[in-house]
Design a protein around this ligand. Sequence first.
Ligand code: NAD
Ligand code: ZN
Ligand code: ZN
Length: 363
Amino acid sequence: MKIKAAVVFEKGQPFQIKELELDSPKHNEVLVKVKACGVCHTDEVARQQIIPVPLPAVFGHEGCGVIEELGPGVTTFKKGDRVAFSYGYCGSCEACRSGQTYGCKENRRLNFSGTQFDGTKRLHDGEREVSSFFGQGAFATHAVVHVNNLIPVPDGVDLALAAPLGCGIQTGAGAVLNYIKPGPASSIVITGCGPVGLSAVMAAKIAGCTTIIACDIIDSRLEMAVALGATHTINSKKVISVPEEVKRLTGIGANYAIDCTGIGACVRQSLNCTRSLGTCVVLGATQELTIHVENELMGPGKTLVGIVEGCSVPQIFIPRLLEYYQKGMFPFDKLITFYEFKDISKAFEDTHNGKVIKAVLTM
Ligand SMILES: NC(=O)c1ccc[n+]([C@@H]2O[C@H](COP(=O)([O-])OP(=O)(O)OC[C@H]3O[C@@H](n4cnc5c(N)ncnc54)[C@H](O)[C@@H]3O)[C@@H](O)[C@H]2O)c1
Ligand SMILES: [Zn+2]
Ligand SMILES: [Zn+2]
């Protein structure tokens, strides 16, 4: 069928909305009429080819929509079902079978190779094959998606709102609720208050952290952090040392720190905000980092760990986040600004400039 999609033809080039051919769903896939798709920093990272997804490609990996057609073998969904999309996993490797789909051995291939589950592509521009991102390619009016990427969205939740849960929001919230699981009355420092960091702030409040310190360089983001549950804020441009400031607020440093900036120096700073035996979780896509291992890590017995997608099994965790949302405990809608699909370049520009926190495109 003919669809409209935002295509990136060359490294760093703008999105071009154009007509492409989309094949019918194959084994265990469905055709979805896309309703909305969140804009994630990782789309930009791939557009710049820091993650080398073969081009041309249709990015967009926080999609949602309504199922229009079932491919062979699909038994757990039906036409008309409302679904959100998340990352792909194989379902049969050791990690998947032990309930840790975020550690799937096929993670790279299923999410970043540009192909679908079976290794082939569904999108074509004339004779040329076009990649899809995370097995979705949801910056488009329609997408063919494998059932492992799908999460049913309950009635009573605005479908478009569910889009960004599939990556950035579950990453921040899951780091706290699935990985750290904070002990009673604990302290946490969250650096980088974009959608990922602010989701971690909301989750820290749910988890009962009594000291939630948000750190950023943009005051409006720190104000949003307070509105969502932060007890203290630090504008790192306005203090001499963030770790010293955290020590002043907590006595001996925080139990936990999460870095959501993707900047090596900030990761090191986050590690140094923790007390002995503390844990520092890296969520930002960080390239390189130098630390003095004995003084900063081994000696004080700290844990420095990187995790993806907040250790979330999306089919379990996203319905739980929606439950928190419906109870008023996880107001992630406050982060969202909607844009029409045709304004995709503006949505990326406004996100890049820090003008909006989470842009969501509506198709
Ligand atoms: N691990 C995963 O599975 C996963 C999933 C989604 C996103 N990510 C990554 O998480 C990171 C955050 O994503 P996002 O969408 O929230 O990004 P974002 O760009 O919206 O947020 C980053 C925030 O960091 C702040 N910042 C920049 N420099 C700073 C400094 N020196 N001190 C303090 N704050 C500073 C920015 O002002 C911004 O608010 C990105 O690197 C993204 O690629 C990882
Ligand atoms: Zn697997
Ligand atoms: Zn993402």
